[in-house]
Design a protein around this ligand. Structure first.
Ligand code: 5GP
Length: 183
């Protein structure tokens, strides 16, 4: 890992989690998923949440040892006209998941709004038979949902990070290590 700080747009970030440590966390997630699915008779769906989860899903896939299908989904969230909060749009689930067991691969869970809305949508609208959640990172101090997170790579404090798929205004996704905002 380079020890220097990096600049993305108007913000500076300092080194935080090394690439090797991230891979260790993904090893752990893969071990647990393999344990739960190694004797499956169905073909579970690994659902990559674009774009942030591309590196996580790519590493995870190489470690999973049962027959599986990869599907991607792109989400967009925005403030709707109602005051109830965030509206989530699923744009282009690349394959039908009706009746399938789905493992969502998320880069990071913060409040949990995204993941819980996605899980509900996969079950209620898309007809998935079962949905589990795998996240590379979790901010436990912020997560405020009763929903169980099935597979968690690593817990981190509440700070804004970039790298290994995570962006700041679309920059930083290609950085191997994870950096935290330098305030
Ligand atoms: P949530 O819905 O759980 O509050 O937020 C989840 C999404 O917010 C993640 O998929 C990610 O896109 C974004 N996010 C949350 N925390 C961070 C962070 O520290 N850095 C970056 N780059 N994105 C984050």
């Amino acid at each position: 890992m380079k020890d220097e700080k990096i600049q993305l747009h108007d913000k500076t970030f300092k080194p935080y989690i090394r690439h090797e440590r991230i891979l260790d966390a993904i090893d752990g997630v893969a071990r647990e998923i393999n344990h739960d699915f190694h004797d499956c008779t169905d073909i579970p769906v690994i659902l990559c949440v674009l774009n942030g989860s591309i590196p996580f899903t790519g590493e995870l896939l190489q470690r999973l040892d049962f027959p599986l299908q990869v599907v991607s989904v792109k989400l967009s969230s925005y403030q709707g006209t109602q005051s109830t909060g965030t509206v989530l749009n699923v744009m282009g689930l690349t394959s039908n998941v009706r009746g399938r067991r789905v493992i969502i691969c998320e880069d990071i869970v913060d409040t949990g709004n995204t993941i819980v809305a996605l899980k509900e949508m996969l079950i209620d609208k898309e007809g998935a038979a079962e949905v589990r959640i795998a996240t590379m990172l979790l901010k436990p101090d912020v997560y405020n949902k009763p929903e169980k997170l099935d597979y968690v790579g690593m817990e981190i404090p509440n700070a804004f990070i970039v790298g290994f798929g995570l962006d700041y205004n679309e920059l930083g996704r290609n950085i191997r290590d994870i950096y935290v905002i330098d305030e």
